[in-house]
Design a protein around this ligand. Structure first.
Ligand code: GLN
Length: 696
């Protein structure tokens, strides 16, 4: 990633390293560019030459899962197109023109909030590329499952190989980050996946009380088309056939009433009304999907209609029981319900529709409100309890997410406030659910903490893709170490309760115990010793840091006699330090210390050579010239780990050349100790230039 991040910029920059002093970075604020825009510009200006590349911006947006044609970016992309057209040199294969600050800020201003969030990594799935890698792997694992068979009650669903083995998956987050894999662009009938939408339409038109006067909200425990009603002679819920027929009966009923004389429409009016009603449903689906138009399968509709005996039986049974509103025409409603089942979409479209539900009714890719939040809340509740036929209870228990399946092999899954997903694979299990869809859902919640109740468990073994890797490290490691260094035992206990390991270590393998010993926090050291007595070997009293130092070494170095005695009484021993105590120039100038956990994120990123994460932190306004509890800076860690690109980037951004850490060591000494000669040379050139410039 690190190399990839630099490529675009490397092309345009000369090989010669340009050194920029900290002072050069303080740009005069122009009339138009404010500090927030400036940060975004700076995060893209990798070599600090006051120019940014459009391709770098585009790559970052694409990495975030935002599409080039995302309607939320149109104005800025058009402005950048115009800039390119005006500044492209006329040569055959022209280099990409670098964009200066004012032009860049003017262009991005139109869509600045979205661009800012993308550059800052401030989206619901921050490490989106990594997340998609996991999804693709889970998809491939589920692809191997070839159990089950397609629905065979109509020829259009009874697919033969190779169609039978199709498998598509798409996802769309509430921030409009999108990803698809497999057969994601093939249209298939939505079948029962129309049920939640028809329910929402009925709710929006009549309100909850009226709708639930006609339909219950209890799982039926029976198959989706069971000829059964609840004890009030009403359908059990809107997610099974009887309930979906009832929701369909309620759609546009008000229009019908308003347009009819004496409660009925004549034949001609009725035809016009039912056409308009179907147009309306298609238009609502289109809005849910962010603009793409659904199709309609006439063959599916005709076959469904011919084999709809059970649905007709349900309809007649309900009519016999007086379940419908008085002005409903039963045949019209059954045909309409079957039309809705015959709407065709792709996984990509249905994932966006699911994301609109996940986002409380606002379509994430264009910001259009499709349903009220209360409508969506009701719909998701019923999808959770009733969406997966007679497997709903099992699905709610083991997967813990609202979902809706259809006999075409589709499953729409909603992760509230996170994303919508859709899988499609025609082979079904005995409940009528897609085998691969269920298989994938299981794998998804096995690995990621997406089950509704995963967030109860504190830090579980599952991965949380809502938090970036560097933030996770900062939260769970550095916060504990920092608390230890300050003597905040309460904060430490709280962290431990949430699952952070007492023996965690940072990028220099420094632990809370090292810092407690260094900073003279005897009660923290005592706490460790007590825990060791209770927990036995799980707690290490002599962990070694990057230089072989133990907490006892820290206590000696800082003359904390009480802690020396305490540790020595309890088995503490000296380490095999690779640096002599105070051998460095301990009176050197340390960098200013941590402002927030962003400092730790930055240092973790530098230690991993993760320029992408560093760039995001710059876009958030994080200073590169800061240090942690040991006065270690990003430059120290990039140098110690030998990340040449990162060291070069930090120098180009103007960080101070020789900050000293707790032991008085500079980044150059870090690079030397670890044998990173190229880094040593780079830092030496940097230091040399600084000196010669100072002499001038
Ligand atoms: N059209 C089908 C029916 O009503 C849809 C059923 C389904 O997907 N479970 O029988």
């Amino acid at each position: 990633m690190a190399a990839g991040e630099m490529t675009g910029a490397t092309e345009k920059r000369s090989a010669e390293l340009k050194v920029v002093s900290g002072r050069d970075l303080r740009h005069d604020r122009t009339q138009f560019t404010d500090a927030r825009e400036e940060r975004l510009f700076r995060s893209l200006d990798l070599d600090n030459d006051q120019r940014v590349l459009r391709s770098d911006l585009e790559r970052i947006l694409a990495d975030m899962g935002l599409r080039r044609d995302d309607p939320r970016l149109t104005e800025s992309m058009t402005a950048l197109d115009a800039y390119r057209a005006a500044h492209q040199p006329p040569a055959e294969e022209p280099p990409e023109p670098g964009i200066p600050r004012d032009s860049f800020c003017t262009a991005i201003r139109h869509n600045i909030l979205l661009i800012e969030r993308a550059l800052q990594g401030d989206m619901v799935i921050p490490d989106f590329g990594e997340f998609c890698g996991r999804i693709d792997r889970l998809f491939a694992e589920s692809l191997a499952n070839r159990n089950g068979k397609a629905a065979d009650y109509i020829p259009q669903l009874d697919l033969k190989e190779p169609e039978l083995d199709r498998f598509g998956l798409s996802l769309c987050t509430i921030d409009g980050q999108r990803h698809s894999v497999g057969d994601h662009d093939i249209f298939f009938p939505v079948e029962s996946a129309c049920k939640p939408v028809n329910y929402c339409l009925a709710l929006e038109e009549h309100g909850e009380d009226v709708v639930h006067g006609f339909i219950g909200h209890e799982p039926s425990g029976a198959t989706f088309n069971e000829l059964t009603l609840n004890k009030h002679k009403r359908p059990h819920n809107p997610m099974i056939n009887a309930g979906a027929i009832m929701s369909s009966a309620l759609i546009k009923l008000k229009d019908k009433r308003e347009n009819s004389r004496d409660g009925t429409l004549n034949a001609l009016e009725a035809r016009g009304w039912s056409g308009a009603r179907f147009d309306y449903v298609v238009e609502r689906w289109q809005a849910l999907c962010g603009g793409e138009k659904p199709r309609f399968s006439t063959p599916v509709y005709l076959s469904e209609l011919e084999t709809a005996d059970r649905n007709f039986a349900l309809g007649y049974h309900m009519r016999e029981q007086g379940a419908f509103p008085p002005d409903v025409d039963l045949h019209d409603v059954l045909e309409f319900y079957i039309q809705c089942c015959s709407i065709e979409m792709t996984t990509e479209m249905l994932a966006t529709a699911a994301a609109t539900l996940a986002n409380g009714g606002i379509c994430p890719v264009n910001g259009v409100r499709v349903f009220n939040t209360e409508t969506v809340q009701n719909c998701l509740s019923l999808m959770s309890s009733c969406g997966m036929y007679d497997y709903s209870g099992e699905f709610a228990f083991s997967i813990g997410l609202p979902a809706k399946s259809g006999v075409s092999g589709v499953i729409m899954i909603v992760i509230p406030n996170v994303m919508g997903l859709c899988t499609w694979s025609p082979r079904l299990d005995e409940h009528g659910n897609s085998v691969r869809g269920i298989d994938f859902s299981r794998r998804l919640v096995d690995e990621l903490n997406f089950h509704n109740y995963d967030n109860l468990t504190g830090r579980s073994r599952k991965h949380d893709p809502r938090i970036s890797r560097v933030r996770m490290q900062a939260i769970h490691v550095n916060e504990l170490i920092w608390a230890a260094s300050k003597g905040d035992l309460g904060a430490m206990r709280d962290q431990l309760m949430r699952g952070t390991e007492l023996s965690c270590a940072d990028y220099d393998r420094r632990t809370p115990l090292h810092l407690a010993a260094a900073e003279g926090q005897a009660h923290i050291v005592e706490f460790y010793i007590e825990r060791k007595v209770e927990d036995g070997a799980a707690i290490e009293l002599n962990p070694r840091d990057r230089w072989g130092g133990t907490p006892l070494d820290d206590a000696y170095l800082h003359g904390n006699k009480a802690i020396v005695a305490l540790l020595e009484r309890n088995g503490g021993c000296r380490g095999n330090l690779s640096h002599a105590e105070g051998a460095g120039d301990s009176v050197g100038a340390p960098a200013p210390q941590a402002e927030s956990h962003k400092t730790a994120e930055l240092i973790w990123a530098a230690s991993a050579g993760d320029l992408k994460a560093i760039r995001r932190l710059v876009a958030q306004g994080t200073s590169l010239d800061i240090a942690d509890y040991d006065a270690r800076t990003p430059l120290h860690l990039a140098a110690a780990e030998g990340h040449l690109d990162t060291v070069r980037y930090l120098i180009l951004q103007g960080v101070r050349a020789g900050p000293r850490d707790r032991w008085g060591y500079t980044p150059m000494q870090d690079a030397e100790r670890h044998g990173h000669t190229e880094v040593v040379d780079l830092l030496a050139r940097h230091a040399g230039r600084r000196k010669s410039r100072r002499r001038q």
